[in-house]
Design a protein around this ligand. Structure first.
Ligand SMILES: Cc1cc2nc3c(=O)[nH]c(=O)nc-3n(C[C@H](O)[C@H](O)[C@H](O)COP(=O)(O)OP(=O)(O)OC[C@H]3O[C@@H](n4cnc5c(N)ncnc54)[C@H](O)[C@@H]3O)c2cc1C
Length: 493
């Protein structure tokens, strides 16, 4: 593939503001133009460059997008600090004196931003330029079906990939716009631990933040209009919610926020038993979901259709404009970094190799990184229909869990009547790691027998999965022919 003139020397181009109309704009003609340098866009750009394809990457904010700067990385770093604080409190059963942790929140802030800084070089302009990607700083917008403009620069690419992510969806609560509230874009800038953090939204993000701040010293109230963790298996979610309540987090499910009053210190007015109740907060965090980043893209100019959740795409992630694909949060499906990466791989296969690779949301795992963690893949019991088996194994029956006093939780596996793994949910320590083999099983259509026959190192938490799998066959021990074999084996020693 010939390398267009403008791309011979990969490097960073700063898009300038539009100049006088008479001046003809500079035009780049790469094979692929990626809009957005977050998880999805970076993956597309890196893969395209690795295959020697001329690629331009446009980013209007920070390289690394939400995951690195305002999402996965800072939230997991904050949770890690919180876990250390909790370990100080919880040492007594191990013979280690329990203490009240002395939390220096300026240092916690430093830790969180230190972790971002440690990872940032992987996503940096310099690294991507070195990989052969032409990085352009500025906001991209479509001019027509085959042209994107960034300032006075024009990009005419063979294919475009929109990877502009999502932003916090702030609900239209009366008075909210009159108070200082936090979102995931500002909460990691705090250098003081809130006295009383009120979180609106009991999804994964809201609950992760609630537990982190609680453990670091805040009083925390979570308000949720619907059911907390509504998308998760209720039996497993209940174990997590119970733990959060034990740690002192007030979770108010089925509670609507009527309005927010006040200034720097917001008062949240909620509906409670046919009357109003006011909750005084020192800080308010809004974690009520996400909305796709479409503003300013002028998608209509490129005849790209959108729906309520984002850009409309087919299974191959192609938009209504056949030159244009959309990946990650903006594509309106599951919103995770690993989904954005998965999408990127599919687009590369479709665009570069003309393979008809299709997205399949049923194989996507998800994890809430609270303590205990809550991890899931495939079908839940309620979605799997009636001809199923449900296998469970509790953490308290696991020797490693006993040794580490991590006995809360269980695994729940859903199989077909013949043992095909349809889904699994794990609530407990390291659930995010333990869900991986079950994700493989769902992806590859494995039978639970594969887990029963696997030798698992002792003592590991992973034995929980094997024990659940073995329980599938427990019923068969009562069958007459199995009993005859057991009797014969006993007779011959
Ligand atoms: C608090 C929090 C915690 C999370 N934790 C996890 C987790 O633990 N695990 C997980 O898998 N997921 C997690 N997520 C979700 C994850 O962050 C997102 O799913 C992921 O970042 C989506 O990647 P993306 O590439 O679609 O978008 P983004 O990473 O948001 O990147 C989009 C980029 O596009 C740029 N952009 C937007 N418009 C334009 C334009 N017009 N021109 C140029 N550039 C533009 C933006 O500036 C941004 O850099 C979390 C999210 C939040 C909010």
């Amino acid at each position: 593939m010939a390398r267009p003139e403008g791309l011979r020397h990969a490097g960073v181009i700063m898009a300038k503001e539009p100049r006088a109309a008479s001046r003809s704009p500079q035009t780049l003609t790469p094979d692929i133009c990626v809009i957005g340098a977050g998880s999805g866009g970076l993956s597309v750009a890196a893969a395209a460059a690795a295959f020697g394809v001329p690629v331009v990457l446009v980013e209007k904010g920070k390289m690394g997008g939400d995951c690195l700067n305002y999402g996965c990385v800072p939230s997991k770093a904050l949770l890690a600090a919180a876990k250390h604080a909790q370990a100080v409190r919880a040492g007594a059963p191990f013979g280690v004196a329990a203490q009240r942790p002395a939390v220096d929140f300026v240092k916690v802030h430093g830790h969180v931003h230190g972790v971002i800084a440690a990872i940032a070089p992987n996503d940096s302009k310099e690294r991507f330029t070195g990989l052969g990607v032409q990085v352009i700083e500025g906001a991209a917008r479509f001019k027509d079906k085959e042209t994107v403009a960034v300032g006075d620069l024009e990009i005419k690419a063979r294919r475009f990939v929109i990877a502009t992510g999502s932003a916090p969806a702030v609900p239209p609560i009366p008075g909210l716009d009159q108070v200082a509230y936090l979102t995931n874009e500002t909460v990691f800038d705090l250098t003081v631990c809130p006295e009383h953090l009120v979180v609106i939204g009991a999804g994964p993000v809201g609950l992760e933040m609630a537990q982190a701040f609680r453990r670091l010293g805040a009083s925390v109230t979570v308000i949720e209009a619907a059911t907390p963790l509504v998308n998760d298996d209720p039996e497993c979610a209940a174990i997590l919610l119970d733990q959060l309540a034990r740690e002192g987090i007030a979770i108010r499910g089925g509670t609507s926020v009527l309005r927010v009053e006040g200034g720097a210190k917001p008062r949240v007015v909620v509906a409670a038993a046919e009357k109003e109740e006011t909750i005084e907060a020192s800080h308010l965090l809004v974690a009520t979901g996400r909305r796709a980043n479409l503003d300013g893209l002028d998608l209509a100019a490129a005849r790209i259709k959108t729906g309520p959740r984002g850009i409309l795409v087919n299974k191959r992630l192609r938009t209504s404009n056949r030159r244009v694909y959309a990946v990650g949060d903006v594509a309106g499906g599951l919103q995770f970094t690993h989904v954005a990466n998965y999408h990127a791989g599919l687009v590369i296969r479709n665009v570069l190799f003309r393979l008809r690779a299709r997205a399949d949301e049923t194989i996507i795992p998800r994890v809430t990184y609270t303590d205990p963690e809550l991890a899931h893949v495939g079908l839940t019991e309620s979605k799997a229909g009636r001809r199923i088996r449900v296998l469970r194994w509790p953490y308290h029956e696991n020797d490693r869990a006993q040794a580490e006093r991590e006995t809360r939780g269980h695994i729940k596996v859903v199989t077909s009547e013949r043992g095909r793994v349809l889904g699994a949910t794990i609530v407990g320590a390291r659930a995010g790691e333990l869900i991986v083999p079950w994700t493989l099983a769902v992806t590859q259509g494995l039978n639970v027998r594969a887990f029963a026959e696997m030798v698992v190192p002792y003592p590991t938490f992973a034995e929980i999965g094997k024990r659940a799998a073995v329980s599938f066959f427990a019923g068969s021990l009562t069958k007459p022919f199995v009993q005859r074999i057991i009797t014969a084996l006993r007779r011959f020693g």
